[in-house]
Design a protein around this ligand. Structure first.
Ligand code: COA
Ligand code: AMP
Length: 635
């Protein structure tokens, strides 16, 4: 039986030019494209080549031209500072034009990079849109990363200007950002010419003469800058994400395909129209924040919310309902971990009863698989569809979703439903052969990827090919494993690399291992993601010490925990490590991570045939029991 989804999906795959050209008609172009899909340089595909566009124009000016100037564009809701501030499209455009003017006055022009290291305040959104306005390429770095991670990104992106704020607020803690920024600039080889600092009343940043500029002073004297047309294929932003090493990947997003795809998703995936209020409770430092706090809702003429708070503790587990009710939110998007946190504090969802959620129509979850408990708790408590959708920093929008704007499918627990239009998702074996329905394999996407996805990695085509395209020729490797059932529902089971998801945040255990291995007493180590009731996964470290080390193990553990916090950041949530005599390995010397993980997760495991010495597994069970992972068993 066919339905509007089947038709849309078939058309998007069989005739992508027609499908995406129709979507592009909904956007503002200075000059229309020569080609919708440009496949002249396979496997590098480009969208809308020859087109001229501006992302900020599409986010703001376009709607003012179309009579939405007085509608709210952005609501800043900050329970941690007790502030609610609303900006109409006209007000936001005027602010953004002034911030863009400040950047222009510092010599920032098309193609220059600007790094943004800011908390969840309206100015962070203004900073991003100001870059887009003048064709500069922004790179936002999440506030929970440490100075060393920031330095790596500064070195790779080579920003002319850095935009930051004096502090962020984590529940009740004031986190000074400026000392971290200063340290990062000290550590990096590349130095920005200027830093534009937004002083918040909770912490005063000390300024470096000649380099640091005060945001408010500069904006006050700025000449507003107009939108600069850029090529559809020019980069809009670089967003660094965890790879398998300590060197993050610089995911590039272009302008044209991004405007087209994201605007399309608002109506078709989220069923959100212009004028509706849409809330993504994430952070601008993550891809969800880029796509669904900033760009997509604004491209669509919808109202977006910048929420500076947490699901619990700011002040309580009812804050999500308060925001939905106060601002008449129609759909919200967050990570399952946020709902687990709420459920833990308010298991019977009593707090919901205090609020009017009559405008609320759907909850979208992503970042990690939605576990059945959380799914049903949210469905029962909210009485609206709860929609799991699967995507990645690289893809910029959902690979699989229940596209309720097109056709609402029945939810199957554990599945983000079906491939979204534009995505030809398949499951293949190691030889790149499609497997039967229901069989597990590598989840891949047949090229070309739809518009709005990564065209490459920042100045690193080689790594782009190696990371995503080489292993399965003709396909994009998602690095997720899973299966597709006989009704086309996709099930995402696990990563095939060393990426873990901690509270919806993507982290590399390889990067953490690099830090541990740097400790002078550590001979060898492994960091694994183990199941966690709240955060989905948390990293746990196993260390073998150098021969002759006689120091107290607890001291060494404390030191490595501190090292990860200092080098990667508190967001890594690396709080558990243990010392073992040896690590279980195959005869060829590969650490048996999967087996250690199964022991930690209390899952049945088989003693691998390739194991060098099976007696080590008993030692691992003991070590894990020692740090609270008891009850391991083998069949
Ligand atoms: N700036 C500075 N520090 C930050 C930070 C930021 N922007 N964000 C997080 N941190 C710090 C926290 O303060 C915490 O530090 P601590 O070890 O000193 O306590 C650490 O990083 C871990 O933070 P977090 O992952 O937020 O864990 P938590 O225990 O404080 O809260 C949740 C748990 C589930 C409530 C929280 O992770 C959450 O709201 N998650 C939703 C995730 C999300 O929106 N993901 C985006 C994808 S949709
Ligand atoms: P990030 O790049 O931070 O968005 O993380 C992407 C990874 O998170 C994916 O490759 C998956 O492993 C995981 N992920 C995101 N959304 C889902 C989902 N809905 N179901 C299962 N895994 C998910």
């Amino acid at each position: 039986m066919t339905n509007p989804y089947d038709e849309a999906h078939a058309q998007s795959i069989n005739n992508p030019d027609e499908f995406w050209a129709a979507a592009a008609e909904d956007c503002h172009w200075y000059k229309k494209w020569d080609k919708v899909l440009d496949d002249s340089n396979k496997p590098f595909y480009r969208w809308f080549t020859g087109g001229q566009i501006n992302s900020c124009y599409n986010a703001l000016d376009f709607h003012i031209e179309n009579g939405r100037g007085d509608q709210d564009a952005l609501i800043y809701d900050s329970p941690v500072t007790d502030t609610i501030k609303k900006y109409t499209f006209s007000e936001l455009r005027d602010e953004v034009a002034k911030v863009a003017g400040v950047l222009a006055s510092q010599g920032v022009t098309k193609g220059d990079r600007v790094l943004i290291y800011m908390p969840m305040i309206a100015e962070a959104v203004m900073a991003m849109l100001a870059c887009a306005r003048i064709g500069a390429v922004h790179s936002v770095v999440f506030g929970g990363f440490a100075a060393a991670e920031l330095a790596t990104r500064i070195n790779d992106a080579k920003p002319k200007v850095i935009m930051s704020a004096s502090c962020g607020i984590e529940v009740a803690k004031v986190i000074a950002y400026k000392p971290l920024l200063d340290e990062a600039i000290n550590l990096s080889d590349h130095k920005p010419e200027k830093c534009l600092i937004f002083q918040r009343p909770m912490a005063q940043a000390s300024m470096i003469d000649g380099r640091d500029l005060d945001w408010v002073d500069e904006v006050a004297k700025a000449t507003p800058a107009d939108c600069v047309p850029v090529a559809a294929t020019d980069p809009l932003y670089i967003l660094y994400t965890s790879g398998t090493t300590g060197q993050p990947k610089g995911v590039v997003r272009d302008n044209g395909g991004h405007v087209v795809a994201l605007k399309w998703t608002m109506k078709n995936i989220y069923n959100i129209q212009a004028g509706d209020v849409y809330w993504a409770a994430s952070d601008v430092g993550w891809v969800v924040g880029h796509s669904y706090i900033v760009y997509a809702p604004l491209f669509n003429g919808s109202t977006t919310i910048v929420f500076e708070g947490k699901p619990v503790g700011t002040p309580d587990a009812g804050v999500f309902w308060r925001v939905i009710s106060d601002h008449k939110v129609k759909a919200m998007f967050t990570a399952p971990t946020a709902f687990r946190a709420i459920k833990r504090e308010d298991p019977k969802a009593e707090l919901i009863k205090q609020y009017d959620l009559s405008n609320f129509e759907a909850l979208f979850l992503a970042g990690e698989r939605t576990d059945p408990d959380t799914l049903h708790w949210a469905e029962d408590s909210l009485g609206v569809p709860v929609i799991d959708h699967w995507w990645q920093t690289e893809t910029g929008w959902a690979i699989c979703a229940n596209c309720i704007g097109i056709h609402q499918f029945e939810v199957k627990e554990g599945s983000p439903t079906k491939a979204a239009p534009g995505w030809n998702v398949q499951v293949v074996d190691a030889d790149c052969k499609q497997v039967a329905a229901g069989d597990i394999g590598a989840l891949v996407v047949k090229l070309p990827l739809p518009p709005g996805t990564l065209p490459t990695l920042w100045q690193n085509d080689k790594r782009y090919l190696e990371s995503y395209l080489d292993e399965f020729p003709g396909y994009y490797k998602t690095a997720d494993a899973g299966f597709i059932d006989d009704e086309g529902y996709v099930f995402v089971m696990s990563r095939t690399d060393d990426i873990i998801n901690v509270a919806g945040h993507r982290l590399s255990t390889g990067a953490m291992e690099e830090v541990l291995a740097d400790h002078p007493d550590v001979a060898e180590c492994a960091v694994l993601g183990v199941d966690d009731k709240l955060k989905g996964q948390i990293p746990v470290g196993f260390m073998v010490l150098n021969a002759g080390v006689e120091r107290n193990n607890d001291d060494i553990i404390k030191e490595v925990i501190q090292m990860v916090r200092e080098r990667i950041g508190p967001v890594a949530a690396f709080k558990t490590a243990t010392v073992v005599k040896r690590l279980p390995k195959t005869r060829s010397g590969k650490i048996l991570r999967g087996t250690i993980q199964k022991i930690a997760d209390n899952k049945e495991y088989k003693v691998p045939a390739t194991i060098d010495d099976p007696t080590i597994l008993g030692e691992m069970e003991e070590a894990l029991e020692g740090i609270g992972y008891a009850g391991a068993r083998k069949d």
